[in-house]
Design a protein around this ligand. Sequence first.
Ligand code: ADP
Length: 254
Amino acid sequence: EIKFYSNPVYLKDTIAGSILFLIDETEQIRSQRIREEFSANVSHELKTPITSIYGFAELLKNDMIPAEEDRVEFLNSIYNESKRLLELTDDIMKISKLEEGSELLKSKVDLKKLSEEVLFSFTKFAEDKSVKLHLKGEASIIANENMMWEMISNLVENAIKYNRENGEVTVELNEDGKVKIKVSDTGIGIPRAKQNRIFERFYRVDESRNKKTGGTGLGLSIVKHIVKNHGGEIKFKSKEGIGTEIEIELPKVT
Ligand code: ADP
């Protein structure tokens, strides 16, 4: 989208000519639109849990729930919705921080050690779903360590979350000029028609399916930002009912 601006040029009070400015606003308009959409989505996403917390609390406060077991159920809902609210605000803050684009502190990161720690942190979550976790290969990189943790952790969390009972998750590291981090699972996969949308903010493949599994719809969007900030690329393959494979390629020194 090209905008025209024409400014008159004065020579001693009389117009001597004019300068024509041509400004390409496509990128500006696009990012403005993305920002507006994001704010609208944030408000909507925050409003849902706040409305239910408020509703449940009001009923409890006014003594409108006579049965003890119903009260416990209401308190549980308040607890769950508050937890969701915390997760949402955490993720939103992470995205805002990444978008500021400020220079990240970088150091040498042993990705094998880091992945071991990430996998360890998911031991209980994986056990509950009877999912086995594996780590292959090794690699090191100059990058921001917290971001590398966040990136691998989001991918592993999804790989477990969207897996099947007795499924497998493998983190594979590789170094051949570039650093490659591949997270594959034997899970439910992503329908082809929806694959190009999964990196969008708040996008979730199937709301009802996800209600049970929890999540904010921001995880992959955070991953995409981290990869972009480190000058890398994301590729993925997914087949419904077979599994998903997400591969990140980063320069050795980012
Ligand atoms: P969420 O918090 O919903 O997990 P993400 O941004 O991490 O949000 O992922 C977006 C959507 O992409 C998820 O809701 C899910 O439907 C789909 N998805 C992500 N990773 C996988 C995976 N490994 N297997 C199947 N579906 C996935």
